[in-house]
Design a binder for this molecule. Structure first.
Ligand code: HEC
Length: 644
């Protein structure tokens, strides 16, 4: 028991942060390289091979080399379920390049394959955070101007001695076929065989900022202004729903799709990515994508993969906007959630593909409605405030109840030395929670399933510890027993084991939800946009105040109770919280897909940990039975003692 917290932290880190992250990143990096090379082929090949004529043999050889490289990397990458035959497509591309096929044909093949690879290996094509362009000018001056020139003209002091010459960013013909994603790739990977080296010393965010910056260098200010006016009048809203769309579109493609106006909008969005409502795919789009992938996997005879994807569709997407949706249409939220759970049961039960498809169709319909509800002028100030208030109040209430009960106990027994254990517990949880979040945002990807797994296991551990302390308190709840206890253990009233349990509970009660709370707020802040931030922070302050008042009231009034009832009440509160934690812990593990969820007709009351599944209810009933058993047994024993 003594070493428990240390072990616990190790376990939590291992659970929360998947060791697979680095392996996954390297596959993604390889795929990204393929994407990058295909982009080059798509753009450059048509310039060097026209009507079966090779115009530049060196360049042509390079294209052949790229095609060969793509093929060999794709052969090595792990096979992806339900992906088109990427190797066959790469082979075809290589053969057609060998046959000096026409530029347009090769460009089409290369672009199609590029898209397939992006989808199959889930290559992240958008920055994780909207780039801060404020830093880009200084970065450019420090790292790029010496070659590319102060204004981007390709005429920096070093340029004259370089062959090939640095790219002229003011050259419209060349830059029109570059997307910010393509530029980002060049900055990240460099151009082999030239003085353009990979800028791996810069952070991902800095490289993105530079990509956005150089993409717009040639665009005159009045064109940007024109783009801004157009965007604010609604032009491009459908073409550029998110950052991904912006970074993968070249100006040339924009012109093809929507004329010079759309290109102006693209240029403006590239200069002002903060104008986009969502960072990367919105949670709902992500849910749609994952559901579509789940259906593909299911049809391809991979129910396990389909199940995993359907879980992730919920956890990485929909769950993050639940609170916001609750504020505008709670029944819609509940219905969507139910449908998504039903989908998982269908997949587990190996239902026919048609009915799985129908189920996904229904969910998509509901998501559509949710989109409408949420985008209706964005969240109003009141909705943002309420959403924020509810998140913290809902997630924080359990923690405050537990902390208050434990603090009351410590104060009541006059064991102020135990206070520091309790405080160390929750402060440690806050620190570790923030640390987990930082790791999750900047270093590793923590999947929704891992999040729920951590939450579930910590909840069950907390439930077990609460039962232990509750039982211990209960045993002391008759005054005589308590006096004997104090007499027996003067000076060491709380054994070190109990102190650690107190610290552990205080840690678990707070750590459990913290990471998720931060994530909820991140999404909420993103949803409301900068003008709603004040409302969100207002909600945080209001909720925190309420929580402190609740905790304070419990402390104040419970400490006034005479010692017997005090222990009885505290023990009861802790036992009650154990039942709540057990229910919520099982629910989290069901969301993570560890346990099956067998739904029954019953009420849903998350604050009491009640979720209508057989597994959750049975667990809660067992904990309740245990508590009642201990109480009854205690009574009987006391009656026996009294009778003697
Ligand atoms: C030592 C000189 C040098 C420095 C410093 C340098 N570059 Fe380059 N860069 C080049 C050369 C040379 C090329 C052309 C390579 C080619 O022709 O394929 C190039 C090409 C590029 C391209 C490719 C454009 C395209 O058509 O795809 C981008 C983007 C780019 N550089 C961005 C940057 C950025 C951003 C920086 C600063 C972080 C930078 N470069 C620093 C020499 C340099």
């Amino acid at each position: 028991m003594m070493r428990f917290p240390g072990i616990l932290i190790a376990v939590l880190l291992a659970l929360g942060i998947s060791g697979k992250a680095s392996a996954a990143a390297s596959v993604e990096e390889e795929a990204r390289t393929v994407v990058h090379m295909l982009e080059y082929v798509g753009v450059d090949y048509p310039a060097f091979v026209k009507n079966g004529q090779v115009l530049d043999t060196a360049e042509y050889a390079e294209q052949q080399e790229f095609a060969l490289q793509c093929l060999s990397i794709l052969k090595q990458l792990p096979l992806v379920d339900a992906a088109p035959d990427l190797v066959a497509h790469a082979q075809k591309l290589q053969e057609r390049i060998g046959a000096k096929a026409d530029g347009l044909e090769i460009a089409a093949l290369a672009n199609a394959l590029r898209q397939e690879v992006i989808v199959a290996y889930k290559v992240a094509v958008a920055p994780r955070k909207k780039p801060e362009l404020g830093t880009a000018v200084a970065l450019y001056d420090a790292h790029c101007a010496s070659c590319h020139g102060a204004t981007g003209g390709g005429d920096g002091p070093q340029a004259a001695s370089l062959d090939p010459a640095p790219r002229n960013f003011l050259d419209t013909a060349a830059m029109d076929v570059r997307s910010p994603f393509g530029l980002y790739n060049t900055i990240t990977l460099g151009v082999a065989g030239t003085s353009m080296l990979p800028f791996t010393g810069l952070t991902e965010e800095e490289r993105w900022a530079l990509a956005f910056h150089v993409a717009d260098l040639r665009v005159p200010a009045d064109e940007l202004q024109r783009g801004e006016v157009l965007w604010k009048n609604g032009v491009g809203k459908e073409d550029f729903p998110n950052l991904t769309a912006v970074v993968t579109t070249t100006p040339e493609e924009a012109v093809k799709k929507g004329g010079a106006d759309l290109a102006a909008v693209l240029a403006w969005l590239t200069a002002h990515p903060e104008a986009l409502g969502n960072n990367g795919p919105s949670p709902l789009n992500l849910t749609r994508d994952r559901l579509a992938q789940a259906l593909d996997a299911y049809k391809a005879g991979q129910p396990e993969e389909a199940r995993r994807l359907s879980i992730s569709a919920y956890l990485e997407g929909f769950e993050l906007i639940e609170t916001a949706l609750d504020n505008v249409d709670a029944p819609l939220r509940k219905q969507t959630e139910r449908e998504m759970m039903a989908l998982r049961s269908q997949i587990s039960a190996k239902a026919p593909a048609d009915s799985v498809a129908a189920s996904i169709g229904r969910i998509n319909g509901l998501l559509e409605q949710a989109d409408d509800k949420l985008s209706g002028g964005g969240l109003t100030g009141t909705a943002a405030f309420l959403g924020s208030l509810i998140i913290l109040l809902r997630e924080g209430l359990e923690a405050i109840l537990v902390l208050a009960a434990i603090l009351a106990f410590v104060l009541k027994t006059g064991r102020r030395d135990a206070l520091k254990y309790v405080h160390a517990g929750w402060i440690g949880a806050v620190v570790l929670g923030v640390l987990t979040w930082v790791l999750a945002s900047y270093v590793l990807t923590i999947t929704g399933a891992n999040r729920e797994l951590t939450e579930g296991i910590t909840a069950l551990l907390a439930a077990a510890m609460l039962l232990y302390v509750g039982w211990w308190l209960h045993n002391k709840s008759n005054t005589r027993a308590w006096h004997r206890y104090i007499k027996d253990k003067v000076g060491g009233a709380l054994g070190s084991q109990t102190l650690w349990v107190l610290a552990g509970i205080s840690f678990l009660a707070v750590y459990r939800e913290l990471f998720e709370i931060i994530l909820f707020y991140e999404t909420l802040l993103d949803q409301v946009g900068p003008q709603g931030h004040t409302a969100v922070w207002g909600g945080v302050v209001a909720a925190a105040t309420l929580l402190v008042i609740i905790g304070w009231a419990i402390l104040k009034y419970s400490v006034k109770l005479p010692i017997g009832p005090f222990f009885a009440v505290t023990a009861l509160l802790l036992a009650f919280m154990a039942v709540v934690f057990a229910g919520n812990g099982i629910a989290a593990l069901q969301e993570a897909g560890v346990f099956e969820a067998t739904f029954v007709r019953f009420i849903t009351v998350p604050v009491l940990g009640i979720h209508p599944t057989v597994q959750g209810l049975v667990t809660q009933a067992c904990v309740l039975a245990l508590v009642l058993g201990v109480v009854v047994w205690g009574r009987m024993r006391m009656a026996r003692v009294a009778a003697q």
